[in-house]
Design a binder for this molecule. Structure first.
Ligand SMILES: [Zn+2]
Length: 180
């Protein structure tokens, strides 16, 4: 194994592995310094292969967790969401992306994953994200999206705020069906 670990005691560059075992998502190795004989343990996490997003114009861009986080955070700004919601969302999406196992994923797939989750979470955040991501070309497209949402309000325990100010939705009961 060409994994270089300096001895934490004397700094020597070479160690021998005296024991290794798989733990969860990594390998735990018991090592011994070849110079001072000190023993110590390292924990090597298995790094998933790099993930690349294929943009609309076919450019390849390495998946950037921070960038995804920033985009979602912006959309959720000042929304009444429990703290940790955005981090949870990003963790969730990242895990799913790596689980797929492909090293290249269309960036539109990631966008759709975010939208699907925001749609269930908070309509305002969803609309904000969608308007950036889908690049609504005019106000009509945006209105269509809002109308669709308004006819499918979120009713959850967190108490989704009504999308439009004049909507007075009960928090637990199903809203009356609207005719379109
Ligand atoms: Zn040493």
């Amino acid at each position: 194994m060409g994994f270089a670990v300096n001895c934490p005691y004397c700094g020597y560059f070479d160690t021998k592995v005296i024991d290794s075992r798989d733990v969860n998502d990594g390998i735990r190795r018991r090592r011994q310094c070849l110079q001072c004989d000190s023993r110590f343990t390292t924990y090597e996490r298995l790094q998933p292969a790099s993930l690349f997003l294929i943009k609309k114009d076919q450019r390849r861009e390495e998946f950037d967790r921070q960038k995804l986080m920033t985009g979602i955070r912006k959309a959720c700004e000042k929304r009444p969401l429990p703290s940790g919601t955005v981090d949870g969302l990003v963790d969730d999406i990242e895990a799913e992306l790596y689980q797929v196992g492909n090293t290249e994923i269309p960036s539109s797939t990631v966008g759709d994953m975010v939208m699907a989750r925001l749609k269930k979470l908070d309509h305002i955040a969803y609309i904000r994200f969608a308007s950036v991501y889908r690049e609504f070309e005019d106000i009509t497209m945006l209105k269509e999206e809002v109308d669709t949402l308004a006819s499918h309000p979120i009713i959850n325990s967190a108490g989704q705020l009504p999308l439009l100010p004049d909507e007075d939705l009960p928090l637990t009961a199903k809203p009356p069906r609207r005719t379109r």
